[in-house]
Design a protein around this ligand. Structure first.
Ligand code: SAM
Length: 158
């Protein structure tokens, strides 16, 4: 054990937030009041998994859906995110929360990407490779169709 004391990390969590259990995406986190762009919404500690423990055990359990890629000095592994971080759902086009890894302090920090209104669900991006069917699929298809129609109209008007 080293004798040098680590600086304490001040944890931040925006309040009030509320949890709704029965959304199309399962449980989800919602803004209890307006949130200004750039606000820190949560700082969630993680448990960095041994890569073998992850592949041998965790990947075979429901926890698999709650881990984040985590780089280490020895390569890549996964980390279980504690607290609110594990409850943010994915949105492909309308994510309003960004996240970054604080590798030194083993935290994930979540920040508002834009002004968020009271009552909006807080959604992050899980990336391009989802392990489930996106509940927003129909909306995404409708958005893509509307964009195509708009493009065609623009071509006709040009
Ligand atoms: C990290 S958890 C998020 C919290 C989760 N909704 C719950 O109730 O525990 C990830 C899981 O949430 C669900 N989920 C997240 N985003 C979704 C989306 N866009 N469409 C459908 N399901 C989603 C999937 O079941 C996914 O495996």
């Amino acid at each position: 054990m080293g004798s040098v004391k680590e600086e304490p990390v001040t944890l931040q969590r925006f309040q009030p937030l509320y949890l709704i259990s029965n959304t199309a995406k399962g449980r989800g986190v919602f803004a209890g009041r307006d949130i200004a762009s750039g606000t820190t919404i949560d700082m969630s500690p993680v448990l960095v998994l041994d890569p073998k423990e992850n592949t041998d055990h965790i990947e075979k359990t429901a926890l698999y859906h709650y881990t984040y890629n985590w780089p280490t000095a020895h390569g890549k592994t996964q980390a279980v995110v504690f607290g609110l971080g594990s409850l943010f759902n994915h949105s492909t086009h309308h994510q309003n929360v960004g996240w970054l890894r604080d590798l030194k302090n083993e935290l994930v920090i979540y920040c508002a990407l834009r002004d968020i209104s009271e009552g909006e669900e807080l959604c992050i991006s899980y990336g391009a490779h989802l392990t489930f069917e996106d509940a927003d699929k129909q909306d995404l298809e409708a958005e893509a169709e509307a964009e195509t129609a708009e493009d065609l109209l623009r071509i006709q008007l040009d």
